[in-house]
Design a binder for this molecule. Structure first.
Ligand SMILES: [Mg+2]
Length: 343
């Protein structure tokens, strides 16, 4: 199956490159598989009227989370939310999760109870049941693997691949907040490490800190689209940043996108924090991850139905230029958007 004989550095390859390499020669055999690897979740045929939607995720301490500023309760909540966000991105409803953890001896029962308090809170809020999992010991730190199982009617699911030229590109909520919250907490951590007497200064930045520590999945938007009878032509959730997710939609739908800089929804706290860090707010909106907002495309005929909704912003449109994603500035200049994503 694999014909590599040289040694390729995984860092150079990146997450998507690695997944592509590991799966490109694989052809699924089971006819009950409707959508396999390569979207936010997999879709399976079942004996009921509904299809089953499945996604899994792995989180590793000091790679995906830092317990220096992430309370365990928040970590548990976020672990569930980030997973079910992938199910909503298929226009589906999450129902069940399994949770597996590997933990080192530094973790006490009380610490794990804190972690599970967050997990239970998220399950309560999103109406999900925990149905199993596994625990094991780890030589170092905490590793969390969550699998989420959801369902969707055969006529309702949305993948990354249905967008057509001239469809409108929409995003929910605002962008870059979770990333700026992360930058702020990294700064306060450095201050604390240099002088443990210093208390973290998060005054006035509760919104972006919340975006990083306690994100929500956009179940409300999925419900709203259903009420409005709007079925997106393609959809993805924003976990790695707008630029990266845009590239996925472009690639899978074989279209390009033009997006307008002045349309990007950015909260005032994100703008203020970006200017404090001397960072460009547009770059934060494009490349900041973990907002867990939804990025989707709709047919132009559906514009009337969504236009007055404050939670949905049309930021651009799809073009026929496959895989060319461009940012148009207020002055009318165009720049190629490069995906950064995970490394
Ligand atoms: Mg996703």
């Amino acid at each position: 199956m694999f014909e590599n004989s040289s040694k390729t550095n995984l860092e150079k390859l990146g997450e998507f490159g690695l997944i592509k390499k590991l799966t490109e020669n694989y052809t699924p055999k089971n006819p009950d598989l409707i959508k396999g690897i390569g979207d936010d979740a997999a879709i399976l045929k079942t004996n009921s009227e509904k299809l089953q939607v499945i996604s899994t995720d792995l989180m590793v301490e000091n790679i995906n989370f830092d317990l220096a500023y992430t309370p365990l309760k928040h970590l548990g909540y976020k672990a569930v939310v980030s997973n079910i966000s992938d199910i909503y991105a298929m226009n589906a409803t999450p129902k069940f999760i399994t949770i597996s953890v590997a933990l080192s001896s530094k973790y006490t029962l009380e610490a794990m109870e804190e972690f599970y308090t967050g997990i239970y809170l998220a399950c309560e809020k999103y109406d999900i049941d925990i149905i199993g999992g596994d625990t094991n010991t780890s030589p170092q730190g905490l590793t969390i693997s969550i699998t989420v199982i959801g369902e969707v009617s055969p006529d309702k699911y949305v993948t990354r691949s249905g967008c057509k030229p001239n469809d409108l590109l929409c995003v929910t909520g605002d962008l870059g907040g979770a990333y700026m919250g992360h930058q702020l907490m990294e700064r306060e951590k450095r201050v604390f490490l240099a002088n443990p007497e210093m208390q973290p200064d998060l005054e006035g930045y509760d919104y972006i800190v919340g975006r990083q520590l306690k994100p929500e999945a956009r179940k409300d938007v999925i419900d709203l689209l259903s009420e409005l009878s709007v079925k997106p032509t393609s959809m993805i959730d924003i976990s790695d940043g707008l630029a990266s997710e845009l590239k996925h939609l472009a690639l899978e739908s074989n279209v390009g996108f033009n997006i307008y800089e002045e349309k990007l929804p950015v909260d005032t706290q994100t703008l203020e924090m970006a200017s404090e860090f001397n960072m460009d707010a547009t770059m934060c909106a494009l490349n900041g991850g973990e907002d867990f907002e939804l990025l989707f495309t709709i047919d132009q005929a559906d514009f009337e139905k969504i236009k007055s909704n404050m939670d949905i912003t049309v930021i651009g449109y799809a073009t026929e230029q496959a895989n060319i994603c461009q940012l148009i500035t207020p002055a009318g200049n165009q720049f190629d958007i490069k995906a950064q994503g995970w490394n």
